[in-house]
Design a protein around this ligand. Structure first.
Ligand SMILES: Cc1ncc(COP(=O)(O)O)c(C=O)c1O
Length: 341
């Protein structure tokens, strides 16, 4: 085993970014003393063209990562005393950024068996103070999705002043036929902000580029928080090059798909419960406390995400790595479970 730990805890792309991205970044290094263009127009135009569906640069706001987009959304939409709905277990940044604005977080837990959205419960939790409904789609850490019908029900029933934040940073990995087309919803003027990131399939987590896609009036509100030089030159160059290499995206998705199949088969053999995932990670149930298992794995050079951060004391989220990493993870898991903790 190599001395570098296998990083199966952050849902990164084990292939790294496209070689075209790294080449273009290298070519840009000579110009680092120069200011970037003030505006990120080139990236927004390229994204609009890529997304199609009638979206324009006015439907798009780029950010310093998906996490920053969540922070800006909370800053624009929330005041102390407002309420937001989150459906746990889910990405902690929704609640954290809402709480930073003094909003009250109302948790409507996902179904305890299959982690599907409890649509009626979510609608029932809406009050006059509700401003945002956060949906991880696919959801981290469960890998579950909100289906087209569920999304349509929400849009049909939510009051006009409640906006859905559909966090779709893992959308490339989805194969489920009922996945909604939220970009089309944004283009048609629904109350939705779709979140994308270059950290996942594009393999650019270290650079920090995110995208919010929504109706132009919502984007204008977000754009009041834009920076003077909105994105750095390396971020812009990388984003443009990454969009241009969809073969790399397809390879990355195929790698994750093969890895998931391999892990599902192993979990079946080991009689461990897992939840089929629409992301590049899998949540499984451990017979021993997740923190202990994660610590033992880390001792063996394999980093995995303990579910305890999400309130899942016996859940582990493992990212799909290269075949060698997946194998190392499985060998370590089998060894630890056989030894007993
Ligand atoms: C569900 C979800 N949304 C958003 C993000 C934010 O990604 P980033 O801030 O790297 O763009 C992550 C990162 O792990 C995530 O899991």
């Amino acid at each position: 085993m190599s001395n570098t730990p296998y990083r199966l805890h952050y849902n990164e792309n084990p292939l790294g970014p496209s070689p075209e991205v790294t080449d273009r970044i290298k070519a840009r290094l000579a110009g680092l003393s120069l200011y970037p263009p003030r505006d990120d127009e080139a990236v927004r135009n390229r994204l609009a063209e890529f997304y199609g569906r009638g979206l324009t640069d006015r439907h798009i706001f780029t950010t310093y990562s998906g996490s920053e987009a969540l922070d800006l959304i909370a800053r624009v939409f929330l005041e102390p005393g407002d309420e937001v709905i989150v459906c746990g277990p889910t990405f902690h940044v929704y609640a954290r950024t809402a709480e930073w604005q003094g909003a009250k977080v109302v948790d409507v837990p996902l179904d305890s068996e299959d982690f599907s959205l409890r649509v009626e419960a979510a609608m029932g939790a809406v009050t006059a103070r509700t401003r945002l409904v956060y949906l991880g789609n696919p959801n981290n850490p469960t890998g579950s999705i909100v289906t087209r019908d569920e999304m349509a029900m929400l849009h049909a029933s939510l009051p006009r002043d409640v906006t859905v934040v559909s966090d779709e940073v893992y959308h490339h990995f989805v194969t489920h036929p009922d996945y909604p087309d939220s970009l089309a919803d944004a283009a048609s003027g629904r109350n939705v902000i779709v979140l994308h990131s270059f950290s996942k399939v594009y393999g650019l987590a270290g650079l920090r580029v995110g995208v919010a896609i929504s109706r132009p009036d919502i984007i204008e509100r977000l754009a009041r928080l834009r920076r003077t030089f909105h994105l750095g030159s390396l971020e812009m160059e990388a984003a443009l090059a990454a969009i241009g290499d969809q073969d790399h995206v397809a390879q990355s998705v195929a790698l994750a798909e093969r890895g998931k199949k391999r892990l599902y088969a192993a979990f079946d053999r080991l009689k461990l419960t897992y939840w089929p995932s629409e992301g590049n990670f899998i949540l499984f149930r451990t017979p021993v406390p997740a923190d202990d298992l994660a610590a033992r794995m880390a001792d063996r050079g394999i980093l995995v995400g303990s579910g305890s951060r999400f309130g899942l004391t016996h859940g582990i989220r493992v990212s799909i790595g290269l075949p060698e990493a997946n194998q190392a993870f499985l060998s370590a898991l089998e060894g630890i479970l056989a030894d007993g903790l």
